[in-house]
Design a protein. Structure first.
Lengths: 402, 385
């Protein structure tokens, strides 16, 4: 098993820069470009460090890369990109794409995306991906030359269109259901978390008012004055502490968002199976009906109603030569159909096998990552509690000196 | 002589002024010591009474004392709010030169509050207990006849009716007519007290509003948390390996909700009422200051009238002398009460604010325990099946 790219190459998205340029319609636009730096990881020779290669890419190029990977590897749960627009914001966060905090979080998200792809056993070997990281010019043309857009099944985009599949693999049906539920529950969680953050912000900030009034009050007191004044200072510290606390929590929200979008990718794989199975069943159905037609023509019996059959009955039968010709055509089509069915079956089985393998890999990754995320969230809460205890203990001491 | 205060601080006794203030301080310390205290009063055991005309609450007032003014060493009577209100009015009437402690508000401003809820009754009981204890601690008020009757009489209503007809001699002779005399200028020290009280009650009002705002924000935060926790549980239902960790987080958030609820309740029941008490206290103190001004104005007016008469009188007429006495008496009582009040206020606020800090510390400690306890659960590696 070849080592994945991530082990051989250091990849970072180290900078973000605002750029202005002209778009396809020759209109001026502002966008952000991201600097991708790569460096080969070699065994450390004394004093020798591999040189850093770098190039700039914008978000739309990342999107192009991802689309290419999704189409080219439909059996893989392809890592998602960070959100295009700021969503699930609470009042302090900006919904502006140009906002420096949003850009910064996106930079981290893009780096994460590249690392995910680079550590995937299949995706990391892709040449287009490698070129994305290393080839500055002409990459777009290279991707388009692969003709992947033609391979893309437009039906995949119609998310909710139902296809009546008679015999889907039950595992995929369950998994699709799971991915829908996961998307729903994580969205809900992110929405409520944003509201919780908003409210918590309010609680902390109001305490800042104590700082001011204690200071004013201390001015008219003799013995109580110093204690009040210094306690007021601690109230100011308390009120200010919420900014850092909530900034850290955004990182947790980003981790959840990644899996919200991952659920989408998971669903796409299940969908692909559904479509393949549908195509297979349609092809089998078509083959069966052609065989039937053939049999009818050969034996002269009409088992099923057909317009042709009726018209030939009404307007007279065909000549034996005509019938022979038809039978021949159908037999050719049947043969073709049987070969196609065979290959479709094989394709389907291969897809199921390889998709399921990646799904198992994904499940383990998901369980590991989300556990880590929950642990870091708990650690954040613990830190917040300890800070709270510290501040109030300090305030209590000031009060005791009143 | 090595004179020092009971707490060990050495005292400079080189001047007579300092020795009298030493005595003053010793007296205060005695009041706080409890060793030489000879009167103890407690308010407890609220009970609901349902009668045909009305429903009301009574509280048990227990007295333990060695004072000669009391016939028995122990008393236990039941009193309702209107009895406390009556007592306060009587004290204001009979001891107008002193600062009378405030009662909790008679009517509940927010009509939504249940007058018979456990929390409301308990808050009131604490305030009534404080009220009687403050009177007990006062060297003059605690010897008031009405206070004595309040603590001891089996049938207070009979005494109340009696009091309407007769005028009790003790203290009542000091009847002040709000005679519309205008004071030219308040003496510096009373002006300072007046200014202090103005700013003080203003700041307390601000703190009250801030505290209320915090409670409001906390309750809104609580509403969101209550929706937040269960979502983790729902998620846990979808998962296999993550089921326990997610349930753990859900339960943890639930514990934090409980802790927050307790914090808000405590602040509402223990913190806000004391603030309001002191605002009421300041208001009644300002009224006493105004009464003092009245007395001084009357004296100055009468003095001026005598001066204008230009009659040859060998000595100052007795009614003007009486006025002068009143002014000096009032000033002395008020000054002594102010000093006592300042000291008690400092202690009360020290306790109140330390209590507030404590409640917040306890809240964070409860949350900390909850989160720390799920870390091992989250880190738990599933057994290979």
């Amino acid at each position: 098993m070849e080592d994945c790219l991530a082990k051989k190459m250091e990849i970072t998205v180290s900078e973000a820069e605002k750029r202005t340029g002209r778009n396809a319609m020759n209109m001026q636009e502002t966008y952000t470009a991201y600097l991708i730096e790569t460096r080969a990881v070699e065994s450390q020779i004394e004093g020798q460090c591999a040189p850093v290669d770098s190039l700039w890419r914008r978000y739309s190029e990342f999107e192009l890369l991802r689309n290419y990977l999704s189409v080219t590897y439909p059996h893989i749960v392809v890592p998602p990109l960070p959100e295009k627009r700021a969503d699930f914001v609470w009042h302090k966060l900006s919904a502006d794409n140009m906002d420096p905090d949003f850009v910064e979080r996106r930079r981290i998200g893009l780096e994460n995306f590249l690392l995910r792809v680079a550590s995937h056993p299949v995706l990391c070997q892709d040449k287009i991906f490698y070129s994305f990281l290393t080839q500055e010019g002409g990459w777009k043309e290279m991707v388009n030359e692969t003709g992947f857009q033609l391979k893309a099944d437009s039906r995949l985009k119609a998310l909710n269109a139902t296809f009546r599949v008679k015999n889907p693999d039950k595992r995929f049906t369950e998994l699709k259901h799971y991915s829908d539920e996961l998307q729903s529950v994580i969205s809900h969680l992110l929405r409520v978390r944003a509201r919780v953050a908003d409210r918590l912000y309010g609680v902390y900030k109001v305490h800042g008012n104590y700082g001011r009034v204690f200071s004013e009050w201390s001015a008219i007191e003799k013995e109580m004055g110093d204690g009040l004044q210094s306690a007021g200072h601690h109230m100011d510290v308390y009120a200010a502490s919420i900014d850092d606390i909530l900034e850290e929590e955004e990182h947790y929200a980003d981790q959840l968002k990644e899996y919200l979008f991952y659920a989408e990718a998971l669903r796409a794989v299940c969908r692909k199976h559904e479509l393949m199975q549908y195509d297979l069943e349609m092809a089998a159905q078509d083959l069966t009906s052609k065989k039937q037609q053939c049999e009818e023509l050969a034996t002269g019996t009409v088992r099923t109603f057909s317009l042709k059959g009726m018209t030939s009955k009404l307007f007279g039968q065909e000549t034996p030569e005509q019938r022979e010709a038809k039978i021949k055509v159908l037999e050719e089509q049947i043969q073709e159909g049987e070969e196609q069915l065979k290959s479709k079956n094989l394709e389907g089985r291969d897809f199921v096998k390889s998709a399921w393998a990646d799904i198992e890999r994904f499940k383990e990754q998901k369980n590991h990552d989300l556990k880590e995320a929950l642990i870091s969230y708990a650690v954040m809460q613990i830190s917040m509690c300890k800070k709270g205890i510290q501040v109030w203990t300090n305030a209590k001491e000031c009060f005791s000196k009143m | 002589q090595d004179l020092s205060l009971p707490n060990g601080t050495p005292v400079d006794t080189s001047s007579p002024a300092s020795s009298s203030s030493l005595l003053n301080r010793l007296q205060l310390d005695d009041d706080l010591d409890g060793e030489t205290r000879d009167l103890f009063v407690t308010v407890d055991d609220p009970k609901k009474h349902v009668c045909t005309m009305e429903t009301y609450i009574t509280y048990r007032v227990t007295t333990k004392t060695t004072r000669a003014e009391f016939d028995l060493p122990e008393y236990s009577v039941r009193r309702r709010y209107q009895d406390f209100d009556w007592l306060r009015n009587k004290l204001e009437e009979s001891q107008p030169t002193h600062l009378i402690p405030p009662l909790p508000e008679k009517f509940v401003v927010k009509g939504v509050v249940d007058r018979f809820s456990e929390e409301f009754v308990e808050t009131r009981r604490k305030a009534l207990d404080k009220f009687l204890k403050r009177i007990t601690d006062h060297p003059v008020l605690s010897f008031n006849e009405h206070f004595n009757v309040f603590l001891t009489a089996k049938d207070l209503n009979a005494y109340k009716r009696q009091g309407m007809a007769l005028l009790s001699k003790m203290g009542e002779s000091v009847k002040y007519v709000t005679g519309g005399y205008k004071l030219r200028s308040r003496p510096l020290e009373f002006a300072a007290i007046g200014e202090y009280l103005d700013t003080f009650s203003l700041k307390l009002g601000t703190i009250d509003r801030i505290a209320q705002r915090i409670i409001k924000e906390q309750l809104e935060y609580l509403v969101e948390l209550r929706e937040y926790g269960p979502v983790y549980s729902t998620w846990g239902g979808l998962e296999v390996e993550l089921s326990e960790p997610l349930e753990g987080v859900s339960a943890c958030i639930g514990n934090c909700c409980t802790a927050l609820e307790e914090l808000s309740e405590d602040m509402t029941e223990d913190f806000l009422p004391v603030l309001r008490e002191y605002i009421l206290y300041s208001e009644s103190m300002k009224n006493v200051l105004k009464k003092r001004d009245q007395v001084q104005a009357e004296y100055e007016a009468k003095l001026e009238a005598v001066a204008l008469k230009k009659e040859d009188r060998p000595k100052v007429p007795t009614d003007v002398e009486k006025c002068q006495d009143r002014v000096e008496c009032f000033n002395a009582d008020l000054k002594a009460d102010m000093e006592r009040w300042q000291n008690n206020k400092r202690q009360d606020f020290r306790q109140l604010l330390m209590g507030m800090a404590d409640k917040n510390i306890q809240y964070y400690e409860k949350c900390l325990t909850a989160w720390e306890s799920i870390i091992p659960l989250l880190q738990d590696k599933p057994e290979t099946k």
